[in-house]
Design a protein around this ligand. Structure first.
Ligand SMILES: [Zn+2]
Length: 139
């Protein structure tokens, strides 16, 4: 799937998550939080790029996405179902910031769900603990 099209869907899903939380809480700030966890989260690909090429950043190499093959694994440290669970629990436990945690969690959930679908990836591939275990097992 085309990268630009994928990012437009992430943008749409983030605004959808923000709208859902806004509907219940009436707080417009939730759109910012939904965009952070649902759209700007893909900036964590920079970490994989850095692991492959070091500190010299090349936009063409970054968008080519070869860093996954070069690294032989996928890091994307902010992509994790565990964060969705943690954000849901934080929202449940800390009422004062509930709209923020729910916006972050719902938007991240939609982002990861679409990533699994669009990348034809296994569900566990988006588990931080699973990826850490796989890297440790390789050594
Ligand atoms: Zn992603």
């Amino acid at each position: 799937m085309d990268l630009i099209f994928q990012e437009l869907i992430h943008l749409f899903l983030s605004l959808l998550a923000g709208s859902a939380v806004y509907y219940f809480y009436g707080n417009r700030q939730v759109f910012i939080w939904a965009l952070i966890s649902g759209f700007f989260i893909d900036t964590d690909h920079w970490f994989d790029n850095w692991m492959a090429y070091g500190p010299n950043f090349d936009l063409a190499k970054f968008f080519a996405g070869d860093y996954f093959a070069i690294n032989g694994t996928i890091f994307v440290p902010l992509h994790g179902w565990e964060y969705v669970i943690a954000l849901a629990l934080l929202g449940f436990g800390i009422k004062k910031y509930q709209p923020i945690f729910y916006a972050l969690g719902l938007s991240l959930f939609l982002h990861l769900s679409f990533d699994v679908f669009s990348n034809n990836a296994p569900f566990e591939g988006y588990s931080v603990l699973h990826r850490i275990f796989m890297v440790l097992r390789a050594y």
